[in-house]
Design a protein around this ligand. Structure first.
Ligand SMILES: Nc1ncnc2c1ncn2[C@@H]1O[C@H](COP(=O)(O)OP(=O)(O)OP(=O)(O)O)[C@@H](O)[C@H]1O
Ligand code: NI
Length: 376
């Protein structure tokens, strides 16, 4: 997998009349093509502000520093080049006659994937998509999302290369137009057939019949799925999904998570912001745990869920109903009055004097748990 987005030193401060909110502090993250990165953490730790900073959606009282470099292919639209070819992939397992081929598009490149193609004609369940070569190609350009300016973000990035499923879908859908028209117009805007509206709605878990409703006639969960469909309409390289499953029933939660996973398997990247650790465990490749504006642990999902190293990550996992079901005592500190050292120290059972100094690294803790300390 190659890097799609590289964030370094992202810091966001909100100026209030008599205080400064430290919403995101010195955040480093890399998102690769094909990766599903989950960002988890308690309410108010800075997850949505991170998403909004990347998309230039913060209000005027926000100060943003750092870099967020996204590497994009030259053509408008999705990560495709003129040499990429479209394949139909088999819906099921391997079948007699299936052939193995190496990708297209002018010589092998780093990140090219080998796929098995169906030997016969199209079959039910077969899916068509373009396999991105992955590696950087001539003509790819790098844009700093934090420095490129509103015109570039509005015309080239937001809703095109980066899609957002917003945390408050009802607030996002203020227009008085039926879902079908909204979705069809969005598809058209991105050079896609507006007749795909039903298909994209269904992909997002929305009954196409509900496209006949006005946004204000939709339930919270329906509005959520319409926002998901709208975000998918441009087939973005990066999808930022901010609590995309809140308010959905279990089957729809699973449907949405499967959809996000599939996008990554097809070469796009997803930044999934969620309170739902079980969801992150199910679909994420990597997890970044945020606490009081900082990432405190960033590791492969399998490692983190098996053996969390930061005491805060362990606390979050212990709070799960199928684990200890025990919440971490206390509350996160106010972001207007953060301590100079580790912000978790006041709630941590492992605290020592060393914690008065800010810890750094992929596990930002002076006393991380060792694998031996994690109960089997
Ligand atoms: N415009 C603003 N002015 C001042 N403070 C703000 C502003 N927007 C957000 N904040 C503060 O920034 C902090 C991070 O907010 P954010 O919305 O990112 O939290 P979150 O992790 O997404 O929480 P939740 O899980 O509840 O959605 C919060 O303390 C919030 O009050
Ligand atoms: Ni949020």
């Amino acid at each position: 997998m190659t890097d799609l987005l590289e964030i370094t030193g992202l810091t966001v401060r909100f100026r209030l009349r008599d205080a400064v909110v430290q919403a995101v502090t010195n955040l480093d993250l890399t998102v690769r093509r094909g990766e599903l990165l989950a960002v988890v953490g308690e309410s108010g730790c800075g997850k949505s502000v991170l998403a909004h900073a990347l998309l230039g959606l913060l209000p005027a009282n926000a100060g943003v520093t750092g870099r967020a470099l996204i590497t994009l292919p030259p053509a408008a639209g999705v990560a495709r080049t003129s040499t990429d070819r479209t394949f139909v992939l088999p819906g099921g397992g391997e079948r007699p006659g299936d052939r193995t081929v190496v990708l297209p598009g002018g010589g092998e490149r780093p990140g090219d994937r080998t796929v098995v193609l169906p030997g016969g004609g199209e079959r039910p369940g077969d899916r068509t998509f373009v396999l991105p070569g992955g590696g950087e190609r001539p003509g790819d350009r790098t844009v700093d999302l934090l420095g490129c300016g509103e015109t570039t973000l509005a015309r080239q990035i937001r809703g095109r290369r980066i899609g957002l499923i917003p945390q408050s879908p009802a607030t996002a859908l203020t227009v008085v137009r039926k879902g079908r028209r909204l979705l069809a117009e969005t598809l058209k805007q991105h050079g896609r057939d507006p007749r795909l509206a039903d298909q994209v709605a269904a992909e997002a878990g929305l009954d196409p019949a509900d496209l006949e409703r006005y946004p204000f006639e939709l339930s919270g969960g329906m509005a959520q799925r319409l926002c998901t469909a709208l975000a998918l309409a441009s087939d973005p390289e990066l999808l930022i999904a901010d609590e995309p499953t809140s308010g959905l029933d279990r089957p729809l939660v699973d449907h949405t998570l499967d959809l996000l996973r599939r996008r990554c398997d097809e070469g796009a990247a997803v930044l999934l912001i969620t309170h739902d650790l079980a969801a992150a465990e199910r679909v994420a490749d990597t997890v970044a745990v945020m606490y009081a504006s900082r990432i405190v642990e960033h590791r492969p999902a399998a490692d983190l869920f098996r053996a969390p190293a930061h005491p805060y990550s362990q606390g979050l996992l212990n709070a799960l109903p199928d684990r200890d079901f025990r919440a971490i005592p206390g509350h996160p500190p106010m972001l207007t009055a953060l301590p100079p050292g580790c912000a978790f120290a006041a709630r941590c059972t492992r605290v020592t004097d060393a914690c008065k100094v800010q810890p750094a690294g992929p596990v930002a803790c002076h006393h991380p748990l060792t694998t031996a300390e994690v109960p089997a």
